[in-house]
Design a protein around this ligand. Structure first.
Ligand SMILES: [Zn+2]
Length: 242
């Protein structure tokens, strides 16, 4: 019986290892998605900077054209001043010129403001694009590394699964079925160690009589609370440290 229990404990050890590997394996695609999402976010940020720069450049062109037209208009008005016949007309043209010049100064100020903003935005965009390129490479590198890791991990897992199948063959079918049923119903733990009289899977204190029985290791003992197969931590079934 000790020998069978030892085999069950060994099988449980492999099963736990495989469960842990499955969890790690599932994490890899999530990490890849997270990396790609980070990159996408940065890409969107840089793209919105780019659009902002384009918008400002367009605004600048419109304002500059407007200013040119207005300067032209002032020149024409200035030429007209020699043709006016009456004082009233003269005053009106002067006023028109004065107003136009004032508006043009405001336009110039506006254009200067746009140029300043444009310079700053272009600097940000340049940095963003450079950073994005570096991030693209880094993201690609990490994704490749994770994919490679997933591949070698899959191989490692396959060999553990093979190992488990070989171990299963060593266990009598009735006992194996019992084990597999418990494994399924008890969150992947069918065999529980007992430490100081306590089932380590459900924390139940064993009755002293049962604990003594367990230590004899001459028959299978089940936890009265969680029904798992018990093994005495200090007994000869103690699993090898892995
Ligand atoms: Zn228990």
């Amino acid at each position: 019986m000790v020998e069978q229990l030892q085999k069950l404990v060994a099988l449980q050890t492999v099963d736990l290892k495989i469960q842990e590997m499955e969890r790690t394996k599932d994490e890899i695609p999530q990490r890849i998605v997270a990396l790609e999402e980070d990159f996408k976010k940065e890409e969107e940020r840089v793209q919105s900077l780019r659009l902002e720069v384009e918008k400002l450049q367009k605004e600048r062109r419109v304002k500059e054209r407007e200013l040119e037209e207005e300067i032209d208009r002032v020149k024409k008005a200035e030429a007209r001043i020699f043709e006016v016949k009456t004082n009233k007309e003269y005053q009106a043209v002067l006023k028109e010129i004065e107003n136009a010049k004032k508006l043009n100064r405001e336009r110039e100020e506006e254009i200067l403001g746009i140029l300043e903003r444009l310079e700053e935005m272009q600097q940000n965009l340049g940095q963003g694009e450079k950073g994005l390129e570096a991030q693209r490479k880094e993201c690609q590198r990490q994704v490749n590394e994770l994919r490679q890791k997933a591949d070698s991990f899959a191989e490692e897992m396959a060999s553990e699964v093979q190992h488990r199948e070989a171990q299963k063959k060593e266990i009598p079918p009735d006992l194996l079925n019992k084990y597999l049923m418990l494994l399924e119903k008890r969150q992947g733990i069918a065999v529980a160690r007992v430490r100081n009289g306590v089932c380590q899977a459900c924390n139940m204190n064993l009755r002293p009589q049962l604990y003594i029985e367990l230590q004899k290791q001459d028959r299978l003992i089940f936890c009265p609370n969680c029904n798992r197969i018990l093994f005495w931590e200090n007994g000869s079934t103690k699993p090898k440290e892995t």
